[in-house]
Design a protein around this ligand. Structure first.
Ligand SMILES: Cc1cc2nc3c(=O)[nH]c(=O)nc-3n(C[C@H](O)[C@H](O)[C@H](O)COP(=O)(O)OP(=O)(O)OC[C@H]3O[C@@H](n4cnc5c(N)ncnc54)[C@H](O)[C@@H]3O)c2cc1C
Length: 446
């Protein structure tokens, strides 16, 4: 709620209006990051969240590259200890035939501690970022929903919020950061959101007790598992969490999962029958709360990413697909890059579209690599195992992509020099012919 505290600590009250340098809408990873860094730079910042914090959210499996933003925010130690989150060491893929790939262990590729990451309960993780933004000087309010935004060419924008007590307020801010996740408030208002024509997917997931962990034995216990169902019609994520629970989610085409079938819960369990790997792990599992969650048609992008005095971050900017767990990493990264552009803009007295969106081209270059890898995953003929057999020298590039190392390093994109034509030939049914044309050393490794 917008409280006395906010009114005294935060921006000046002007009648029923409140003035801020920056309002950040939405307290997920993108909003928590942006608000902390903007407030830390000395700008009056309001972070406003519609839910009561801590709030539930899907998206538990992190990518190792979150390390650098968490480090910069000063919350690494807290994430490491307070949250008691499960360590994530790598990723394993299981084919529709039940063939389990060698896990991609992040530390085999890079032994630094930054290669380890976590499976997190998002309520706790996002709360750490919310509290951190408060410590860095932002006014942080929950149970307060943004109901409208009015852009003013000449001066601060006006954002209306409604708190839990039913009180409506106008906030004026020089910069508005949209971090409202899939709500994408600004993109919806400006009609610049573009749904993916090919990734019309849905997800059905739940949290299970007594499900087996992804214990690989030895000193490398937990990985995220991605398992295809028979005939590759769908896939499951399998993410062991810290409290003994396992997050298990089913993803496929929207129509396949949600049209002309039973309830989502029935579909979820029906598909387990098509997936030996999940079935085996879930023999004794019990669904917490006896409920599943559903999300649909979640892949989209936006045609514009910033304007004069506003900028999009995280899922409010775009969302690809959850298969590689890139969402939280991209939310943290975009929150950080947007904050840097805003802080620089305040310093230069330039809050133009060009300044606030100055980071987006670089950002897109990384996102596009994930997007291409997602496309490959959904190509029927693609299998990580097969591709790696044929091109073993790309293991390091592929692991870089799975780690999220798509910025500041040349290289991971090189994989597509060969993956693109390989996929093209698989689709045309000429893969065998194509592989005969490959240089000898590659053929030897097949
Ligand atoms: C099925 C599925 C599985 C996923 N699995 C993973 C995974 O394993 N790993 C991973 O990294 N990512 C995963 N993701 C993606 C991940 O959940 C998101 O990318 C991430 O949460 C984006 O963070 P954000 O800060 O942009 O938005 P969010 O975390 O969604 O936060 C946005 C916040 O804005 C608030 N809000 C919305 N509207 C308003 C309003 N009007 N006023 C005030 N506040 C508002 C919301 O309540 C919310 O708290 C998954 C996504 C889906 C759909």
């Amino acid at each position: 709620m917008i409280s006395e505290k906010m009114q005294s600590k935060g921006g000046a009250m002007i009648g029923s209006q409140v003035d801020y340098d920056c309002i950040v809408m939405g307290a997920g990873p993108a909003g928590g990051t942006a608000a902390a860094l903007i407030a830390q730079a000395g700008h009056r910042t309001l972070l406003v969240e519609r839910e009561k914090m801590p709030r539930f959210h899907v998206g538990e499996s992190l990518m190792p590259e979150v390390y650098w933003t968490l480090d910069r925010l000063g919350v690494l130690e807290e994430v490491r200890s307070k949250g008691k989150f499960t360590q994530k060491n790598g990723v394993q893929f299981v084919t529709d035939k039940g063939k389990e790939s060698q896990p991609f262990y992040f530390q085999d590729h890079d032994s630094r501690e930054s290669s380890l990451t976590w499976h997190v309960e998002r309520a706790e993780f996002d709360m750490i970022l919310f509290e951190n933004a408060r410590r860095k000087g932002a006014d942080c309010v929950d149970q307060t929903r943004v109901t409208s935004i009015k852009f003013n060419e000449e001066g601060p924008h006006e954002v209306e919020v409604l708190d839990a007590a039913g009180q409506q307020r106008k906030i004026r801010a020089k910069v508005v950061v949209d971090a409202t996740g899939q709500q994408s408030l600004i993109a919806s208002k400006l009609q610049i959101k573009e749904m993916s024509p090919t990734l019309k997917h849905a997800a059905i997931w739940g949290y299970f007790e007594n499900a087996e962990r992804n214990d690989m034995g030895g000193d490398k216990p937990e990985v995220t598992c991605i398992l295809h169902t028979r005939d590759k019609k769908a896939w499951y994520w399998y993410i062991p969490l810290s409290n003994g629970a396992v997050s298990v989610g089913l993803v496929s085409k929207n129509d396949y999962l949600l049209k002309g079938r039973g309830t989502p819960k029935e579909t979820f369990f029906e598909e387990i029958e098509n997936c030996e790997g999940v079935k085996r792990r879930m023999k004794k599992a019990r669904l917490q709360g006896d409920t599943v969650h559903v999300a649909k048609e979640f892949s989209y992008t936006t045609r514009r990413h910033a304007g004069d005095g506003w900028v999009l971050t995280g899922d409010a900017y775009s969302f690809i697909d959850p298969v590689y767990s890139s969402g939280v990493f991209l939310a943290l990264k975009s929150g950080e890059l947007a904050a840097d552009a805003i802080n620089e803009g305040f310093q230069k007295g330039d809050l133009s579209e060009k300044q606030l969106g100055s980071w987006t081209e670089d950002y897109e270059s990384g996102v596009s690599l994930f997007r291409k890898l997602v496309e490959a995953f959904y190509t029927d003929e693609f299998s990580f195992g097969e591709f790696m057999k044929q091109y073993p020298h790309y293991k390091s590039n592929l692991t870089d992509l799975l780690i999220g190392r798509v910025y500041g390093k040349e290289g991971p994109g090189k994989i597509f020099d060969d993956l693109d034509p390989w996929l093209q030939h698989s689709r045309n049914g000429t893969l065998e012919e194509y592989t005969r044309t490959l240089p000898a050393p590659m053929m030897k490794s097949m």
